[in-house]
Ligand binder design. Sequence first.
Ligand code: GLA
Length: 706
Amino acid sequence: MIRQIEDMFFLEGKGFSYVMRVSREGYLLHDWFGKRIAPVPYPEDERGWWCVQTEGEDGVCLDELRQEYPGYGHTDLRRPAVSCGPAGLVLKYAEHKISAGKPRLSGLPSALGDGAETLTVTLRDADMKVRVDLNYTVYEDYGVICRSAVITNEGESELTLDRAYSASIELPRRDLNEIHLHGSWGRERHIVENPLVPGVADISNARGGSGHQINPFITVKDPAATEESGFCLGVMPVYSGNHSTEIEVDQRGRTRINSGINPFMFEKKLRPDESFTAPECLLAVADGLGELSRSFHDFIRDRICRGKFAHSERPILINNWEATYMDFDEEKLLSIAKLAAELGIELFVLDDGWFGKRNNDRCSLGDWVVNRDKLPSGIGGLAKKINALGLKFGLWFEPEMVSPDSDLYRAHPDWAVRSGVRAPGLGRTQLVLDLSRPEVQDYVISAVNSVLDSANIEYVKWDMNRYITDMPRKGFNHEYTLGYYRVMDAIVSSHPNVLFEGCSAGGGRFDAGVLCYMPQIWTSDDTDPMERVYIQYGTSLAYPPSTMGSHVTDGPNQYTRRPVSMKTRGDVALSGNFGYELDITKLPESDLEAIKAQTALCREIRATVEYGDFYRLSDPFKNNVGGWMSVEKDKSRAYVTLTKMLFRPNSWYTHIRLKGLEPSAEYRDKFTGRTYMGDMLMNRGLLVSFPHGDFATLSFLLQRNH
Ligand code: GLA
């Protein structure tokens, strides 16, 4: 619900109010983002007294005001949301409108607008002839507000934007911590929490994609906030390129948060009448980290993910990558697929190595033509044989890349991204295709579409295995990202029956922008369950289990050499979109029996895991146990997974209190047959006892008795 009353705007979503006002001088000020307050106007706060007189023409010092979309350079000298040179921008309220639904953002992915209402406030700098349209979208059923900004040059000469954040929000306090998800390849999205101090924290990434290193999800919270309670504010740009969330604690102890495109190496020249649309940014406030995550999870599942698969149970897959790498032929693949079908697996995915002369990673990216030496009946023939075994068929692509040793590169060497100053750096012996160019986008669209249209392909793994270096100009990364979005839109919208899974050397591009096209993403190449406990726990801060690919691979794990039982590997992987990635034809009978049981269990629990409410129970970054549970929306069933990292003799007891159940209902654990009351499980909790040894898991499948 959006109301304008006097000089104030009251926006309400599920459980929160977002309040702004137009100051007496005409500035759009932020007032409140937090728990619901009545939509009744109240007086503006007294302004502070400042000793260095820097007031503008209307006698106000912008440094003192909490503006909704601040510029720099006039009388506000803090980090701005928007900037186009040293003279700065001074934006004042011009007009507003309230409309049903939500505007589409030109060329950018954004949340679906069903059931939404949008306030658009237009600001203007009359001297610079710049107009900014700020969009605020709220939904009755979601605890998330969507913001975006469109900047228009209303002058007669060219304007250079050097920063254009999606949203800015300024809290009147400084005693806060920030949490972000940090990592690298094989160690994505580990939780890092830091106190905010006076100065600027720039939580950003400039590696081309949203990145393994810093995920575009940042939380600012009360230092004492826990999973269950305390002020938490989450910020998530819907963006897959270089992003930044800049947090400035200023000289007056206020905290300004700007979030969106990373201004480093960004620039956009605007001709007269031209507009620039900054990506959407999702914001949510909650009482506790758990509630914050559940708000984002619901929103991502319902308004970011879309299409046929957004709400359907995801197939159990087997991927041949770690089973064969590029050394396979049709016979080998079919032997894996045949056994997979017998074990209850539903989808066979052919990974890298099926095209061109791709027998190693030094060639052929760009040549999306099947290698008949390996696959004599082609992709179509293989897909038919896989389908005849009762499995769906899926295929890997890495369409944004080109190998120097490829027919594509020989024909179009200029299509690779290069600075023109020196030879571009290679990553995994490959170069990046310049997706800022329409003809390159068209090539990628037609190359991928022609393979997809040639066979019964029901799943695509879309990979992107290197950073983008040697960029030709400032602003290139955003142009590339827009090109990527155009390509994704064209391919995904013309293949509504194909399930797309994003991937970027594991989880290097895990963001809400990607999720607008592909409802699931490969979480990490690191499938060691002990590593995955950290990675999946960290990822869950922002993203629901339905977005996380998680597979059982060989033991000992290929990267960590850690020997972990098939049971533990299965239990941890069952907390996401489940699958396998190992040569099942070489496994002992006991492992095959375990796989049969796991696939049967997956079918039983996947609706709960993928679409239930997610609760974190024990933080592996702080304890020897990582724990979480998913509870169906109607509380009829819950699935709990606890993982003990190391065995310690005579160690602390592990006391786990469950969450989200119906207090007065009786629940029966399907694995042990024991029954418990919901309130007992949530208040008293259980003293749990793990099997002996390192890396042990315990799970409960609780079914409510009627
Ligand atoms: C990346 C992916 C892997 C696999 C390989 C294939 O590393 O993350 O899952 O697909 O590429 O080359």
